[in-house]
Design a protein around this ligand. Structure first.
Ligand SMILES: [Zn+2]
Length: 456
C-alpha cells in the first residue's frame, strides 16, 4: 500500500519501552512499523532522528466552554491550543449551557465540535437531575463517560441525590461506562466558606482554606461507597492531596475499579502561587503545594495516579483579576502547557518518558475505552502522534498560547522539552510551532463511521 506519511528514525516511546523505528501511515492509520531507515517511499517524510515519537496525547480533562460560554473558549480555539501543545484527542466536560445531560444536548455538542475541532474529541455526560435524560445518554454511545459534580464549581451543578446517583451508577455499570467524580463534599465547603466570608477574608489564600482536604476525602469516600455498592467503574478527577490519594488507595484495596487523575497545577505549583498570582491561581479544587504536590508527583511516577489531565478551564482575564477572591471564577488555560511542563519534569529526572506516555495516552485510552485505536503506536491504530524535542527550552507566556483566553498560573516558568509536530489521524496539524490543521478535521472518538473499519 502506498504510504501518505513516513516518520523516519524517531525514537518510538511506549509506556514500557523505547526503540528507534520508521512509522508508515496511510489513510489516517499506522500501517507499518519497521526497522529504522527501511521505509522510503511516501508523499511526505518527517526526518525524526533527533526526536522522540509519543502516542498522540489524550487530554482527558478540558472545558472548551461551547455551547454557552463562547467568550471564554470554543471548540476551534480550544482545539487549536490543544494541537499546538501536542494534544491529539481531548475529552470535554459537560458543564456547558445547556449542560451535556441528554442525548439531544450531546448531539448538539458533538455537532459543534465536528464542525470546528482541529483534534479528535470525546465528551462526558453530566449526571444531572433528570434521570430519564441521563439514562438515555448512558445507553446512547455518544459519551465516553459520566461526570458527577459532588462539589460546586463552574456552572453550579449539584450532585444528584444518592438514590438517583445509585441508579445512574447501575446503568453505567451495565453500559460499562466509567463515572468520573469532582470529589469535594459540598456541605463541608459551605461551612468553611461561610466562616471565611464572615471573617472578612477576600485574599487568594482564603479560597484554599475554604476547600479543606477533609472535603476531598469525604467525597472520595462517598463515591467509593456508591461504586462498591453498584460495581460501576469510577474515576477521581483532579486529585489534590496526600489524604485523597490514600483514600483512593483504600477503595482500590476494597476491590473498587477506581482510576484517578492529577493536573499539572496540583503537581507542580507551590503555595507561593497565591502570593505571586493572587486570585488568578483560584481553581477548584485548590492548589495545596507541599507536601501534597511532591506526593502526587511521586504517585504519578510510580503508577498510583493513572491519568494526567490539564483541566483546561479558561475565563476572561478581567474576571481572573477581580479584587475579591470570592468573585474570581475557578480555572485557567492548560491544554497547551501540559506537555512542556511535564517534559520538564522528565528532564529534571522526576518522571520517565515512559510514565509520561502511560499517563497521557495509554491509561486514559484504557479508562475511557479508546484503546487501542487511541493511546498506542501499533499497526492499525489511528495515526495520532506527538513528536517531541526533549532538549528544546521554552518559557510559559500567556501571550504565546493559542486559546481564546490564556491566563496561566505558570506564567514565566521555564521549560525544557516541547512538542515539535502533532499528527492527528495521519495529518500534520502542527509542525515547528506552525499551525497546519484546519477546523473540522477533528472527529468524535465514538463516531460510528469510524468504528466500522477493520479492528486493530
Ligand atoms: Zn474541570
Amino acid at each position: 500500500m502506498a504510504l501518505d506519511l513516513i516518520i523516519r528514525n524517531g525514537t518510538l516511546v511506549s509506556a514500557t519501552d523505547r526503540h528507534v523505528a520508521d512509522i508508515g501511515i496511510s489513510d489516517g492509520r499506522i500501517t507499518a512499523i519497521e526497522a529504522a531507515g527501511t521505509l522510503t517511499a511516501a508523499a511526505e517524510v518527517i526526518e525524526a532522528g533527533r526526536l522522540h515519537v509519543l502516542p498522540g496525547l489524550i487530554d482527558e480533562h478540558v472545558h472548551f466552554r461551547q455551547p454557552g460560554f463562547e467568550a471564554e473558549e470554543d471548540w476551534l480555539t480550544g482545539s487549536r491550543a490543544a494541537v499546538m501543545g501536542g494534544v491529539t484527542t481531548v475529552l470535554e466536560m459537560p458543564n456547558t449551557v445547556p449542560p451535556t445531560g441528554s442525548v439531544a444536548t450531546a448531539r448538539q455538542k458533538l455537532a459543534l465540535a465536528a464542525e470546528r475541532s482541529l483534534c479528535d474529541f470525546g465528551i462526558y455526560g453530566l449526571a444531572g437531575e433528570s434521570v430519564e435524560a441521563v439514562a438515555g445518554l448512558i445507553g446512547s454511545g455518544l459519551i465516553v463517560g459520566l461526570k458527577v459534580f459532588l462539589g460546586p464549581t463552574t456552572g453550579g451543578h449539584r450532585a444528584p441525590d444518592d438514590d438517583v446517583l445509585r441508579h445512574l451508577l447501575e446503568l453505567a455499570r451495565a453500559a460499562d461506562l466509567r463515572v468520573g467524580f469532582h470529589a469535594e463534599d459540598e456541605s463541608l465547603l459551605r461551612v468553611a466558606e461561610a466562616r471565611l466570608r464572615t471573617a472578612g477574608r477576600t485574599d487568594a489564600r482564603a479560597h484554599l482554606e475554604s476547600r479543606p482536604i477533609a472535603a476531598e476525602v469525604a467525597a472520595i469516600d462517598h463515591a467509593g461507597q456508591l461504586l462498591r455498592e453498584t460495581g460501576a467503574p469510577g474515576h477521581v478527577f483532579h486529585l489534590t492531596s496526600l489524604e485523597g490519594l490514600a483514600a483512593v488507595g483504600r477503595w482500590r484495596a476494597a476491590g473498587v475499579d477506581l482510576t484517578c487523575e492529577a493536573t499539572p497545577h496540583h503537581l507542580l505549583l507551590g503555595l507561593g502561587v497565591y502570593e505571586r498570582q493572587g486570585g488568578l491561581a483560584r481553581v477548584n479544587p485548590p492548589i495545596r503545594g507541599e507536601p501534597h504536590s511532591a506526593a502526587l508527583l511521586a504517585a504519578l511516577a510510580d503508577g498510583r495516579i493513572d491519568c494526567l489531565g490539564s483541566d483546561h478551564a479558561p475565563h476572561l482575564a478581567e474576571a481572573k483579576h477581580a479584587a475579591s477572591i470570592w468573585d474570581v471564577p475557578g480555572g485557567f488555560a492548560g491544554v497547551e502547557t501540559l506537555l512542556p511542563l511535564l517534559l520538564t519534569e522528565v528532564h529534571e529526572g522526576r518522571l520517565t518518558l515512559e510514565r509520561l506516555v502511560s499517563v497521557t495516552s495509554e491509561r486514559p485510552a484504557h479508562a475511557w475505552k479508546l484503546w487501542p485505536r487511541k493511546g498506542a503506536v501499533v499497526e492499525g491504530a489511528d495515526a495520532d502522534l506527538t513528536l517531541v524535542d526533549l532538549q528544546r527550552p521554552g518559557v510559559v507566556h500567556s501571550a504565546d498560547l493559542h486559546g481564546k483566553n490564556n491566563v496561566s498560573p505558570f506564567e514565566g516558568r521555564p521549560t525544557v522539552g516541547a512538542p515539535v509536530a502533532t499528527v492527528v489521524r495521519g495529518r500534520i496539524v502542527m509542525r515547528d510551532g506552525e499551525l497546519l490543521g484546519r477546523p473540522g478535521w477533528g472527529r468524535a472518538v465514538n463516531d460510528e463511521k469510524d468504528q466500522a473499519r477493520p479492528s486493530v
